[in-house]
Design a protein around this ligand. Structure first.
Ligand code: FE2
Length: 416
């Protein structure tokens, strides 16, 4: 019998081990999904957030404090475990040998990881560029060639999940094709960790993220780098990159999970994606993850034909696209990157503009921000860091703002 049960939030007590919170992620007051409830204040926050139902893990609760429980085993199934089991490819891969992941003692501060993240971006960009060149010359690329780089990316993400993701987003359109791969790899690793995937599938996610767009090496440069809208004929050419990349990866002996991410990262849940128009769970979990990470990095990056979207606005827009993404995986993605990711421009209730500088430790809605502009006086103000989760802080985020509407650029100087 499973030790995980659903209970009404009103039955929650300290001593219980919180396994999952039900309902909309917008209501979720914590960054962590799973933890032992020791503070009555946390119980109060869950109830006040309007959450009706929670899942608890009886095997991990404090036995001295565990009261009688209600709920059914059927209700308590872990959704990501279900999703994983639906994919024959992942099920088949489950017995495959596992990569050992570097042991990390704990998260390091964002500022301390940013420099290393920058250096990984430089190395990663050069390596991805050389893979593109090899493919254009007709040579093959091997999954094993990128393992040290993926290990470096993973180590950075485990040390601090925000640093590399934030730095890799800041690319010029010339760098896009190469740094996009590094960014997607980092996003995939953070997402895999958030979803609790095992080491083997986490590893596939990181490698697949790095190699997902290699098929673009076969797209003529005038189409790939065209500053304007593609014609129908050009778009048809562009749509050949997933199959071309998958073929190149297969020729180089890449694992099936990595080939699959390359082949299906442009599929959509509603069946309107390409190349195969797969629907719902016909798309594997890794490819559904790839679709989200790919689009997020694409829309938040400067491209030849468009400015970058603000990261928080991208999150809001992507949440509105019905039928594109797996909603459950998207919810996990939001938790891994943040509702207000680092670098997002936000309006505060104090009528000031601020940039998100660091994720909140307890709540996705209360990051550390740097205020720099007063909307009342319409003037720049002395830059100041505010922890919106600090006791006594009365300020809060009203919502994201579009930097273009305020004619703001180089916002990264406020957090980098
Ligand atoms: Fe792509």
């Amino acid at each position: 019998m499973t030790a995980i049960r659903s209970i009404p939030a009103s039955s929650l007590r300290t001593g219980m081990f919180l396994h999952k919170i039900g309902g909309s992620w917008l209501k979720h007051p914590f960054l962590r999904n799973k933890f032992l409830l020791t503070d009555p204040e946390d119980v109060r926050r869950i109830i006040e957030a309007g959450i009706d139902e929670v899942w608890i893990d009886e095997s991990r609760g404090d036995p001295l404090e565990m009261p009688e429980l209600v709920g059914t085993d059927e209700d308590a199934r872990e959704p990501f475990v279900d999703t994983l089991a639906e994919s024959p490819q992942l099920r088949a891969a489950a017995d495959a040998p596992r990569e050992s992941r570097r042991i990390v003692t704990g998260p390091v501060p964002l500022a301390a990881e940013l420099e290393r993240a920058r250096s990984i971006c430089l190395t990663g960009k050069a390596q991805v560029q050389s893979m593109f060149e090899e493919l254009r010359l007709g040579n093959s690329v091997r999954q094993s060639d990128v393992l040290p780089l993926v290990e470096e990316i993973a180590s950075s993400v485990w040390r601090n999940p925000t640093a590399l993701i934030s730095v890799a987003r800041l690319k010029t359109h010339d760098d896009y094709s190469y740094l996009h791969s590094v960014a997607v790899s980092a996003l995939m690793l953070a997402l895999a960790k958030q979803m609790g995937l095992d080491e083997y599938h986490t590893h596939l996610a990181g490698v697949g993220g790095l190699m997902h767009d290699l098929g673009k090496a076969f797209i003529p440069l005038d189409v790939l780098n065209k500053p304007g809208k593609l014609t129908d004929a050009e778009f048809t050419i562009m749509k050949s990159h997933p199959a071309a990349g998958a073929q190149a990866l297969q020729d180089g002996g890449a694992e099936a999970g990595v080939v699959d991410i390359a082949l299906h990262h442009h599929e959509k849940m509603n069946g309107y994606g390409y190349p195969h128009g797969l629907k719902d769970f016909e798309i594997t979990l890794l490819a559904r993850m790839g679709a989200i990470c790919d689009v997020y990095d694409a829309v938040t990056s400067i491209r030849a034909y468009k400015a970058a979207w603000d990261p928080a606005m991208a999150m809001r827009e992507m949440a509105r696209w019905d039928g594109h993404f797996d909603k459950q995986v998207f919810n996990a993605f939001v938790k891994s990157v943040g509702i207000y990711p680092v670098g997002a421009l936000v309006r505060l209730s104090s009528q000031r503009l601020a940039v998100v500088a660091e994720p909140g430790e307890e709540s996705l809605l209360k990051p550390k921000v740097r205020v720099f502009y007063s909307l009342r006086t319409k003037e720049k103000i002395l830059v100041q860091t505010i922890d919106l989760a600090a006791p006594g802080c009365n300020d809060s985020i009203i919502g994201p703002e579009d930097p273009e509407a305020w004619d703001l650029s180089n916002l990264e100087v406020l957090w980098l």
